[in-house]
Design a protein around this ligand. Sequence first.
Ligand code: SAM
Length: 326
Amino acid sequence: MIVDRTGRRFRNLRVSLTAACNYACTYCVEDGKRLLRARDELSAAELAHGVELLMEVAGIEKLRITGGEPLVTPKFDDFLTAVMAMPLSDVSFTTNGQLLADKVDLLARCGLKRVNVSLDTLHPERFRQIARGGDLDSVLHGIERCLAAGIRVKLNMVPLKTGNADQILPMLDYALERGIELRFIELMRMGHLAHSAAFDRDFLGMEDLLDIIGARYRYNRTDAAWDSTAVRFDVRGGDDAVLGQFGVIANESEPFCSTCTRLRLSADGYLHGCLSSSNRHAVSDLLRGPREDAVAGLEAALWRAMGDKQDVAFTGGATVMKLIGG
Ligand code: SAM
């Protein structure tokens, strides 16, 4: 088993199915630049084989499918079908929701229990400004279809001081009305934001966020799993009844590196042990070669990836989230 000196091991795998995306969110890619579709991306079968091997060699238990945008690639259906047949304790996926509505039947048929939808605003024009594409109604329709099919939805919102701070309460209202947990992801110094004044201008941390929420709702902090990235809160109504929950992925305000169990596999076949490190470890050839070589090679790559983890806090990284899926 690959365990580091602080007791961390890999349990959660995020697989980016493709680097392609139908959005170009301002905080994710610079100047609307749509990064080139990654050449030599692994096939659905090769990525699924990677998951199987990483379950064996790294002890992966949970899987999140991500991207790029996982629903823009035809690989999604085959990959989902393959991983849903594996003995994983949890499979989920993260999408911008644009193409979600048409996939709900497949998700239900495969037995997928939950979906995370990234949504930064309920304001149609602001939506197009932040995503530089897409259409809000399609996303909302996809969310409603999931809920109607009994698939649990979580919403991920990146609060930005100059972009959507006034949407924090409308988004929370929307989520609470539908029994959806809203999770605020603190802006991360990644890609073009790693060394940019735009990060300082737009970063809205947990303290400010709680002030905004506290102006309308009472909330109290609740327990979260030891390796959870989210700080979780109950929202209380006038009679102290719990109205729902929200979470904060407080990368900056309450770093969680010391309990990080995440491992990432990119569509072009690299393992990433840490979002804050530009190190990556090529495994495409291993996934295409004989099993024995793959097991030995992956073990070596996993030790290196474990060594890339930060001890305490995320310090920023040149890696663009779009390439490895957050
Ligand atoms: N396309 C899918 C989606 O929209 O969920 C999956 C990939 S996307 C890169 C995953 C998540 O990363 C999204 O919730 C997005 O908002 C978030 N993200 C991208 N860049 C970020 C940054 N610099 N800081 C915080 N979150 C970021």
